[in-house]
Write a protein that binds this ligand. Structure first.
Ligand code: KIV
Length: 271
């Protein structure tokens, strides 16, 4: 069996290589993916981590919150993403309420991810109050990325999506998740100085979304980043493309070519 050392890191991004990036002062790129072709192109683009996020409820399934997506939905999409990713690590969200009910249910959900898909880890919302759960899942051999700050699965308790500013609680959450064995901590919607303080408080990689520049890595929802989302765009998103317009223009051109009889031509037909 080939043994990987720091000189001989495997091509696949792993919990170890992410830790090395943090130690060496590098940066980690992460995007969401929900299907094979998107995962394939993001993997080719060198994105370090693909997240099969429960945001699929909103950006793919058209719901208003992330709450409705099921574990079976997650597995269905994780299979496609895992199949496509050759280099990226693939992390799968534990959807509501797989990370809130009894701990062994979370272990079973995480085990489904490792057994039924070719993905590598799970993400779980919560910090200090989830420490025992994180520890138990990691002990079972399932890597966990913790998710602190704004927790979309908590939307109805919090009364909406808000910037999280309670520094002592956020630091406690990140530290508790690290101590419990989380290999990374995702931090959502906090002021930049809070993001920086969290990064300084832990040794594991921190991945920010709306958490400013002082993080080990950054994550965005791909549909937001490529302009394939007709809904609300948070102010922290940078839109790198306008895929919605590209697809719409192509569909309009296709419709017009059918209207005019221009498609299909002889070359586009069998003889
Ligand atoms: O589900 C998701 O897309 C997330 C984001 C915070 C990246 O968890």
């Amino acid at each position: 069996m080939a043994v990987s050392t720091s000189e001989n890191l495997p091509a696949r991004v792993t919990t170890r290589s992410l830790q090395k990036i943090r130690k060496d002062g590098g940066n980690i790129s992460m995007l969401t993916a929900y299907d094979y072709p998107t995962a394939e192109v993001l993997d080719e683009a060198g994105i370090d981590i693909l997240l099969v996020g429960d945001s699929l409820a909103m950006v793919v399934q058209g719901h208003d919150t992330t709450l409705s997506v099921t574990m079976d939905d997650m597995i269905y999409h994780a299979k496609m993403v895992g199949r496509a990713a050759k280099r990226s690590m693939v992390v799968v969200d534990l959807p509501f309420p797989e990370g809130q009910l009894e701990i062994m249910r979370s272990v079973e959900a995480g085990a489904r991810v490792l057994k039924e898909t070719t993905c590598h880890a799970v993400k779980l919302e919560g910090g200090a109050e989830q420490a025992k759960r994180i520890e138990t899942i990691v002990t079972a051999g399932i890597p966990v990325m913790a998710h602190v700050g704004l927790r979309p699965q908590n939307i109805h308790v919090d009364g909406g999506y808000r910037v999280q500013r309670d520094l002592p609680t956020l630091i406690e959450d990140a530290k508790a998740a690290e101590q419990a064995g989380a290999f990374a901590v995702l931090v959502e919607c906090v002021p930049s100085d809070v993001g920086q303080a969290i990064t300084e408080a832990v040794k594991v990689p921190t991945i920010g979304i709306g958490a400013g520049p002082h993080m080990t890595g950054q994550v965005l929802v791909t549909h937001d980043m490529i302009g394939f989302n007709s809904g609300y765009l948070p102010s922290f998103v940078r839109q790198y493309s306008d895929v919605r317009t590209t697809i719409r223009d192509a569909a309009v051109a296709y419709r017009k070519s059918i209207d005019t009889g221009d498609f299909p031509t002889k070359q586009e037909s069998f003889r």
